[in-house]
Design a protein around this ligand. Structure first.
Ligand code: FAD
Ligand code: HEM
Length: 470
């Protein structure tokens, strides 16, 4: 039966306004029917709930553009290998999804709509499954932390050595899982172009109350192991021949530095301007290295800018304003990365000044934006909100234990050993602040703890063992 995007869209528009409820219903149903699947998801589910609906929305609206949709789904399918997803899981997820849409669109439901959804889901699942099957690279990489440099109070630069070679394109990001938070994956940009020794650098800022960023900045040591998902993202280097503008706010520097390293290594000689902004001078965490790059490559000009320190003896102001102080960037390839507000405003001003949108690099895959979320501190790589959505302090004592996600005690039955949700003392932690502090379970679970060490990274559904991707 052919796809019927119109029916899918019409019925989805009834569900969209109650997306939060629908997501709760979906996961409640999924985990009731298949409790062991709960163990594949992280303890806190808010991020995933939003991602699911963001993804669904995207898929539904892309049904009319099969090419773009296929490439999005194929990438999603390849990425899903790291969760231990197999083809049978798709059937269970599909049933829960159909039941959810049917429930929330009951007033308009017809056999035709049911058939349209069944067809659309089957198409999406097939693309994901086929792409996963066809992929020959590892589902995930084990990586050893070989260097950990605290650069500011909140920012650390980590150097990682993956156990197997990882091919990536400068500007891409990887998802990272720490032993401290099994099954919790967060995205971090690779801050270097590919190196002969295969090492990767990450620039990580610990966000207040952040699970993974705090673990990486404050509780990770040389010798620790991390898990990395496959590299993804389309914010890739420019075609040769055009000058380049990079506008980086905070750790938004990471992918731009990778792109700049790539341009330098390519032997091309374009003029590159890097505007690197922070609130205070002490937050310009990578200046010595940038100064070295500038000295070695005369076509690179690094302009540090500081927004909140009137005494700063250099370029002052917010990045979108600073961008406008230069000559026109209309002939440049532009890369913008940093907090959402900064990226949006910078892109807007660049467009107004004549840079075509096609030459302003944004990664359309990064679509964690939470509709209506006003959080100004979130990061956008190429127009997308970093950090997914708000845990809002509800994970502990909130979502996991009280809402539909925890049906049938699945949470406690299936989480990996050492999962923080197991500790009763964790429940009621009002803001899941820095989850590690003073928590006897979290103590410092990563280092030298055989339970929480590498095995915790394994596929929980398969009994907490580490799958060898070798
Ligand atoms: C494509 C992409 C690339 C990224 N690259 C980098 C990178 O190179 N370096 C880097 O440090 N981060 C990067 N991020 C952000 C990163 O993925 C995490 O979202 C961030 O580290 C927070 O994760 P967490 O688990 O510590 O916080 P969570 O536990 O998810 O969140 C805890 C609290 O912090 C808030 N929060 C989440 N993210 C942010 C944020 N960015 N700013 C302010 N508050 C936030 C949440 O709303 C919540 O209240 C990237 C994100 C994306 C989408
Ligand atoms: C058409 C089918 C599916 C779609 C469109 C879909 C979509 C998504 C999306 C968009 C994400 C977020 C990824 C990211 O942000 O990096 C995600 C995460 C995830 N998906 Fe799926 N998915 C599908 C099927 C499945 C199936 C069958 C499973 C099996 C259990 C599954 C399990 C997961 C898990 C465990 C995560 C990680 C959750 C987290 O980190 O919070 N998905 N999915």
């Amino acid at each position: 039966m052919p796809l019927n995007p119109r029916l899918v869209k019409e019925s989805f528009s009834v569900v969209e306004p109650v997306a939060g409820k629908a997501a709760g219903y979906f996961y409640g149903r999924l985990f009731t029917h298949c409790p062991q699947m709960r163990g594949m998801f992280p303890p806190g589910m808010e991020v995933q709930r939003d991602r699911l609906f963001n993804a669904l929305t995207r898929i539904v609206w892309m049904l009319d553009s099969p090419k773009g949709l296929a490439s999005y789904l194929a990438q999603l399918g390849r990425d899903h290998r790291k969760y231990g997803v197999s083809p049978e899981h798709y059937k269970v997820v599909g049933n829960a999804l159909l039941a959810t849409i049917r429930h929330f669109a009951a007033e308009i439901w017809t056999d035709e709509i049911e058939a349209a959804w069944t067809e659309a889901y089957a198409m999406a699942a097939k693309i994901m499954i086929d792409a996963a099957d066809a992929e020959t690279t590892p589902a995930w990489w084990l990586a050893e932390v070989i260097d950990h440099e605290p650069r500011t109070r909140d920012i650390a630069v980590l150097t990682l050595r993956p156990s197997q070679p990882m091919d990536f394109v400068p500007g891409q990001y990887v998802t990272v899982q720490t032993a401290r938070w099994p099954r919790v994956w967060r995205r971090f940009s690779i801050a270097n172009a590919p190196r002969a020794d295969g090492t990767l650098r990450l620039h990580v800022r610990a966000v207040p109350g952040g699970w993974v960023s705090t673990a990486l900045v404050r509780h990770t040591r040389i010798g620790d192991q991390l898990l990395l998902g496959p590299p993804v993202g389309t914010m890739t280097p420019p075609e040769p021949g055009r000058d380049v503008l990079c506008v980086a706010g905070g750790t938004g520097l990471a992918p731009l530095k990778a792109v700049i390293e790539h341009v330098i290594a390519s032997g091309e000689r374009p003029n590159i301007h890097l505007l690197f902004g922070a609130r205070r001078a002490c937050d310009l965490y990578d200046m010595p290295d940038l100064a070295r790059m500038e000295a070695a490559f005369p076509w690179l000009r690094v302009v540090p800018t500081v927004s909140d320190d009137p005494a700063y003896d250099g370029m002052r102001g917010r990045l979108p304003d600073v961008v406008e102080r230069f000559h026109s960037w209309a002939d440049h390839e532009a890369y913008v990365c940093g907090p959402a507000a900064m990226v949006n405003e910078t892109v807007r001003r660049l467009q107004m000044s004549g840079v075509p949108l096609a030459r302003i690099h944004r990664d359309p895959i990064h679509s964690d934006a939470v509709p209506g979320d006003p959080s100004p501190g979130r990061m956008v790589h190429g127009g997308t909100v970093h950090g997914g959505t708000v845990h809002g302090g509800t994970v502990h004592g909130g979502a996991v234990n009280n809402d539909t996600l925890a049906h049938g005690g699945a949470v406690h039955d299936t989480l990996a050993p050492g999962d923080p949700v197991h500790g009763d003392h964790v429940h009621g932690d009002p803001v899941h602040g820095d989850p590690a502090h003073g928590d006897p379970v979290h103590g410092d679970p990563v280092h030298g703890d055989p339970v929480h060490g590498v095995p915790a990274h394994g596929d929980p559904v398969r009994g907490g063992t580490v799958r060898s991707e070798a």
